[in-house]
Write a protein that binds this ligand. Structure first.
Ligand code: 6PG
Length: 484
C-alpha cells in the first residue's frame, strides 16, 4: 500500500530516509509492520517507494501532521537524521505536534549528553524520548542490526517488541535490550564505536607487520586473515579484512588496498569515547591510540615533512614466517581482549556515574550479532559477566586470563620485533603496557606522588600507614615528614 490517506494504520514511523533510515523502514515492513514514511524532501520518500514500495506496507506522507496522522497511538517515530542540529530541529517539530505517551526514538549516533538533555526536555512535555544506538551499517539496518535503546523503561514495553523483532538474532536471542535510562543507549553505542576503532587499528597493525615484517602481498595477507577467522579471532571485522585485502583494482590490476590513500577519517564517535573516558578517569588506551593513529595518518603536511627521518639500525626480518604470523595472531587477540576490557570498564564507570544500572553482560549478548564488532569471543565476555557481574576487569576472568597467558610470549616477541624493525604498533604496544601496568605490584606512581609533594605540597599516603592518612615532607625545610 503506498497511499497518502491519513487513517492511522502504521505501527512505526521513520523520518530521515537516507540509506540507514530507508533500510530500517524496509526491515520493519519485511516483518509485517505498516511503516509511515517521512523525509524533509519528498523526493527521497518517493524514491524509496518507487524502488521498494512492493516489499511491504508503507504510508507516504509529505508533512509532519500527515506523517503523525498515519500512526497508531501511542505513536512511535524513529528519527534517522544526521546527529547534531538536524536532530533537534526534527525533535521539536515532532514534539510540538505529538500527544502524551507518544515516543520519539533517535536512531542516529547522537552524543549521549545531548540525549540526556533531550530526554529531560521531552519528558517534561509528557512524551517519551528514546536514544537508541543502532549498529550494523546499511546491511545490518536492512537485515538485522544490533540495537541499544535507552530512555524510560515504560517506553520499552511498547517499543521493545518491535525493535527486538527487526534486530539480529543469535541462538534465537535478539540483539536488542533496554540498556537503561536517558542517554545510556547512545553511551554504550559510543563505546561500541570506540572498540570498533580499536579493533580496526589492531587489525591494521597486524596487516602492516605481515606486509613490512614478512614482505607478504595483500592477497597473501587476505588468506592469513581468512584463516584467522576460523579460530578465536572469528569476527565480522576480520572477515571483511580478508575481503578488502583480496579486492583487485579493475583499472590497474593491483590490490585495491595498495591504491587507497593511507589517511583514515573519522566522524567523531571514537573521539567522544576518549573524551568521556578522560572525564570518567578510565584508561581506554587502546581506543585513544586508535583515534590518535587516525589523526596522525591524516596530518598530511606533517607526514610529508617527516617521511624518511632516521630509523637507526633496524633488526632483521623474522626468519620463521609461520611462527611470526602465529605470534601476530596471538598479539592481536591479546590486545583485543585488553581493548574490550577497557571498553567494558568505561561502561561500568559510565553506568555508576550517571546512575544507569547497566548490566555489562547484556552488552556482550546484544553485540554478538548485527553490529560491526560482532565476534565469537563476545560469548566468552557474556559468560565472564554471568559468572561475576562486578568483574573488575575482563582480564581476570578465568577464560581471558588463560587466553592472555597463552599469548603473552608471542605478544612480547611481536612488540620487540616491531620496535626493532621500526614498524609502529601503538595499539599492540600500549595494550601490552596496560597489561604489564595492571599486573605490576609497585608502579612508579610513588615517585609521581613524591614529585607532586615536592613542588606543590600535594601530600602522599604511606604503605605503612592507614590509607586515609596523608603526609608531607618539608622539602624546602629540614626535610622531615609531617602528617598533613
Ligand atoms: C556502526 C558503525 C557506524 C558508522 C561509524 C563510523 O556501528 O554501524 O559504527 O556507526 O559506520 O560511525 O565511524 P567513523 O566514521 O568515525 O569511522
Amino acid at each position: 500500500m503506498t497511499s497518502s490517506d491519513t487513517t492511522a494504520t502504521a505501527q512505526i514511523g521513520v523520518t530521515g530516509l537516507a540509506v540507514m533510515g530507508s533500510n530500517i523502514a524496509r526491515n520493519f515492513a519485511h516483518k509485517g509492520y505498516t511503516v509511515a514514511l517521512h523525509n524533509r524532501s519528498v523526493s527521497k520518500t518517493d524514491a524509496l517507494l518507487e524502488a521498494h514500495g512492493s516489499e511491504g506496507k508503507f504510508v507516504r506522507s509529505e508533512t509532519i501532521p500527515e506523517f503523525l496522522a498515519a500512526l497508531e497511538k501511542p505513536r512511535r517515530v524513529l528519527i534517522m537524521v544526521k546527529a547534531g542540529d538536524p536532530t533537534d530541529a526534527v525533535i521539536n517539530e515532532l514534539a510540538d505536534a505529538m500527544e502524551e505517551g507518544d515516543i520519539i526514538i533517535d536512531g542516529g549516533n547522537s552524543l549521549f549528553t545531548d540525549t540526556i538533555r533531550r530526554e529531560k526536555a521531552i519528558r517534561e512535555r509528557g512524551l517519551h524520548y528514546v536514544g537508541a544506538g543502532i549498529s550494523g551499517g546499511e546491511e545490518g539496518a536492512l537485515n538485522g542490526p544490533s540495537i541499544m535503546p535507552g530512555g524510560p523503561k515504560e517506553s520499552y514495553e511498547s517499543l521493545g517488541p518491535l525493535l527486538e523483532e527487526i534486530s539480529a538474532h543469535v541462538d534465537g536471542v535478539p540483539c536488542c535490550t533496554h540498556i537503561g535510562p536517558d542517554g545510556s543507549g547512545h553511551f554504550v553505542k559510543m563505546v561500541h564505536n570506540g572498540i570498533e576503532y580499536s579493533d580496526m587499528q589492531l587489525i591494521g597493525e597486524a596487516y602492516q607487520l605481515l606486509r613490512d615484517g614478512l614482505g607478504k602481498s595483500a592477497g597473501e595477507i587476505a588468506e592469513v586473515f581468512a584463516e584467522w577467522n576460523s579460530g578465536d579471532l572469528d569476527s565480522y571485522l576480520i572477515e571483511i579484512t580478508a575481503e578488502v585485502l583480496r579486492q583487485v583494482d579493475a583499472k590497474t590490476g593491483k590490490p585495491l588496498v595498495d591504491l587507497i590513500l593511507d589517511e583514515a577519517e573519522q566522524k567523531g564517535t571514537g573521539r567522544w569515547t576518549v573524551k568521556s573516558a578522560l572525564d570518567l578517569g578510565v584508561p581506554v588506551t587502546g581506543i585513544a591510540e586508535a583515534v590518535f593513529a587516525r589523526a596522525l595518518s591524516g596530518s598530511v603536511a606533517q607526514r610529508t615533512a617527516t617521511t624518511g627521518l632516521a630509523s637507526g639500525d633496524l633488526g632483521t626480518k623474522p626468519s620463521d614466517a609461520a611462527r611470526f604470523t602465529d605470534d601476530v595472531s596471538k598479539a592481536l587477540y591479546a590486545s583485543k581482549i585488553v581493548a574490550y576490557a577497557q571498553g567494558f570498564n568505561q561502561i561500568q564507570a559510565g553506568s555508576n556515574e550517571y546512575g544507569w544500572d547497566i548490566t555489562p553482560g547484556d552488552m556482550a549478548t546484544i553485540w554478538r550479532g548485527g553490529c560491526i564488532i560482532r565476534a565469537k569471543f563476545l560469548n566468552r565476555i557474556k559468560e565472564a559477566f554471568d559468572e561475576d557481574a562486578n568483574l573488575p576487569s575482563l582480564i581476570v576472568a578465568p577464560y581471558f586470563r588463560s587466553a592472555i597467558e597463552d599469548a603473552i610470549d608471542s605478544w612480547r616477541r611481536v612488540v620487540v620485533t616491531a620496535t626493532e624493525l621500526g614498524i609502529p604498533v601503538p595499539g599492540f604496544a600500549s595494550a601490552l603496557s596496560y597489561y604489564d601496568a595492571l599486573r605490576t605490584e609497585r608502579l612508579p606512581a610513588a615517585l609521581t606522588q613524591g614529585l607532586r609533594d615536592f613542588f606543590g605540597a600535594h601530600t602522599y599516603g604511606r604503605i605503612d600507614a592507614d590509607r586515609d592518612k596523608r603526609f608531607h615532607t618539608l622539602w624546602s625545610g629540614d626535610r622531615s615528614e609531617v602528617e598533613a
